[in-house]
Design a protein around this ligand. Structure first.
Ligand SMILES: O=C(O)CCC(=O)C(=O)O
Length: 291
């Protein structure tokens, strides 16, 4: 039995600040915004694979391949297992299916004038304007389910290709078996194992697609699982949550929890993963008795 997912998500274009704040930002509701940066913003036409190859193809980049490395289900990847020329990587993703991904890549660091190609619209406060990240992938690439460590709002813009994004409200974190000290889970949302994870019976998500020109607003703390249905290229901008509790949680996760997690893992080795698995199971079980 598949997970309960709905394809119902608002799609808007030309949204005002008031509408965005009232309908999406404050209630923390995801939305897909067409041409978020304005129909004529240069990034929509200028940022192509060929252009990036020409401008930055010489850079060495760290590429991830989930198939090729031992899975670390309870934490973020800290480093890549393969370095290659950015240009070669772009050729690879365009040539056909590949699970190799390039993510959280700060292309802007190497090409500052990219910032001239778009202006963040006046819909949100506390936009982290100097913290954009680019994401590249080939057909078949998967970003495993996680919530972002910093707990910011994310504006994920697709510039090329088509991605499936499955979203879950942060209120389901326990029933998604989030590992303590982290923002990950081992559940497989495409093949849910209800015997192992009975909490999944009570989880409801949103299943949507974004393609070139779409910006998906993911409010702070929302879980996301992403599948590349073609070669894809996108980038994200972030803004601080309007809710102080969310901001503080982000600060705590980035500044304390992740370091504590690594330190305990250093001492306890694989036992730490087992202990965290037990804790996640116990929390879900206790939640299940109250739903
Ligand atoms: O689009 C992608 O490949 C990943 C995006 C993502 O995980 C994020 O913005 O946090």
């Amino acid at each position: 039995m598949p997970l309960k997912l709905t394809d119902s998500i608002d799609r808007v274009e030309g949204i005002t600040r008031k509408e965005f704040q009232e309908n999406y930002m404050i209630p923390a509701k995801p939305v897909i915004i067409k041409n978020f940066y304005g129909k004529d913003a240069p990034l929509y036409t200028k940022w192509t694979f060929d252009w990036f190859k020409q401008e930055l193809g010489h850079l060495d980049v760290g590429v991830f391949d989930i198939e090729g490395e031992k899975r670390k289900d309870d934490r973020s990847y800290k480093g890549s297992n393969n370095t290659m020329k950015f240009g070669d990587y772009l050729d690879l993703v365009q040539a056909g299916p590949t699970t190799r991904r390039l993510f959280l890549f700060n292309v802007f660091k190497y090409k500052k004038d990219l910032f001239n190609d778009f202006e963040f619209p006046d819909v949100a406060d506390n936009v982290l304007k100097r913290l954009p990240f680019a994401f590249f992938g080939g057909e078949g690439g998967v970003t495993r389910i996680h919530r972002d460590m910093d707990n910011s709002n994310v504006f994920l813009t697709e510039l090329y290709g088509r991605k499936r994004v499955v979203l879950f409200d942060p209120k389901y974190s326990t029933l998604l078996y989030r590992y303590p000290f982290g923002t990950h889970t081992s559940v497989d949302i495409n093949n849910p194992d209800y015997d192992r994870y009975p909490g999944l019976h009570h989880v409801k998500g949103i299943d949507c697609y974004i393609e070139a020109g779409d910006t998906l607003f993911m409010p702070a703390g929302w879980w996301h699982h992403i599948e590349y249905h073609s070669a894809g290229m996108g980038f994200s901008m972030r803004s601080l949550s309007p809710h102080w509790s969310s901001r503080l949680r982000g600060l705590y996760q980035v500044g304390v929890l992740t370091h504590l997690d690594e330190a305990i893992r250093f001492f306890l080795k694989d036992n730490w993963h087992k202990m965290k698995t037990n804790m996640a199971d116990k929390r879900a079980l206790s939640k299940l008795t109250s739903v």
